[in-house]
Design a protein around this ligand. Structure first.
Ligand SMILES: [Zn+2]
Length: 301
């Protein structure tokens, strides 16, 4: 027997369902905004290197006598939390003179515009990601599904001003600070990993902030490639990163380098820096990403 629902009831049910979708949708969006605006507790990683990032999306502050360098800006909503974290550590946002970025995705580049405005810092972006950053995330070839729903504005962020463009191997200096750009492309065409010495007491440690080696959904490593050269870019990135003598392993997401576990290990460590000196974890991360790359490539061939 077919259940017959009278027309006025049908309309009422439809109206109630639509209201529910709108209410849940706005709550969901508010929850996302709250989460993006939350910061993890800021802390000193080693010497003049500090964590000032959001919840899981990282930002690092490297301090120096002639000004500070900030790597990554989180989501647009994360920028105020980053400013607050810098202040909580006793530093002044106006002393941030150089803004850097790992890659042109909204979770790492979203807050750059606000941070640039607040600090007055100059922004350096790789040649490969500069156009996408400057346009606030439009034309990103790596976010494949968004190509067809670009009109929805997904993946977009407030566009910062790109003050300088750099190439692979360039070193950006601010007083005694020196950060070398390694274009480890694939995740985006200009994905940049940063290596820099950190002065920790009487020793010098090399920190490496890995951009990302994640293969995004629907990415094609075979012809037609997601962007021309993505496969060889990834292959080069694995060997570039492996060649760096990293002591301190950092990355654009805290989970990539197990930040939470390392923080928990600190109280029992002889030196609180020790858990972050993790060459083994660094190499394991690259190995796993490379294995996954070959799995996906084998499936696509
Ligand atoms: Zn990304």
């Amino acid at each position: 027997m077919r259940l017959r629902i009278r027309r006025p009831w049908r309309l009422l049910a439809l109206g109630a369902a639509a209201t529910l979708v709108v209410v849940l949708g706005s709550q969901w969006r508010a929850a996302i905004r709250r989460n993006r605006g939350t910061a993890d507790e800021p802390f000193r990683i080693a010497g003049n290197l500090y964590y000032v990032g959001g919840a899981g999306v990282t930002s690092f502050l490297l301090t120096g006598p002639e000004g500070h360098v900030l790597i990554d800006g989180g989501f647009p909503e994360t920028a105020p939390a980053i400013v607050a974290s810098i202040a909580a550590l006793g530093f002044d946002i106006h002393d941030v003179k150089v803004l850097l970025n790992t890659h042109a995705h909204a979770d790492h580049a979203g807050g750059l515009s606000a941070l640039q405005e607040t600090s007055g810092a100059e922004l350096w972006i790789s040649e490969g990601d500069a156009d996408v950053i400057e346009s606030g995330g439009s034309g990103d070839p790596t976010l494949v599904p968004l190509k067809y729903v670009g009109f929805l504005g997904l993946g977009r962020f407030p566009a910062p001003r790109v003050d300088h463009r750099f190439e692979d191997g360039d070193t950006i200096r601010l007083g005694p600070l020196a950060l070398t750009a390694h274009v480890t492309a694939g995740h985006t065409p200009g994905c940049t990993s940063w290596s820099f010495p950190v002065r920790d007491g009487d020793r010098e440690l090399l920190a490496v902030d890995i951009c990302s080696l994640t293969l995004l959904p629907f990415v094609s490593l075979v012809e037609p490639e997601t962007y021309p050269g993505i496969r060889s870019d990834f292959e080069r990135s694995f060997s570039t990163l492996r060649s760096l003598p990293a002591d301190i392993f950092l990355a654009s997401h805290a989970s990539f380098f197990d930040m939470k576990r390392k923080l928990l290990e600190r109280p029992d460590a002889e030196n609180p820096v020790d858990p972050f000196i993790d060459r083994t974890g660094y190499v394991r991360f690259i190995d796993r990403a490379e294995e996954r790359f070959h799995e996906v490539l084998a499936k696509q061939r």
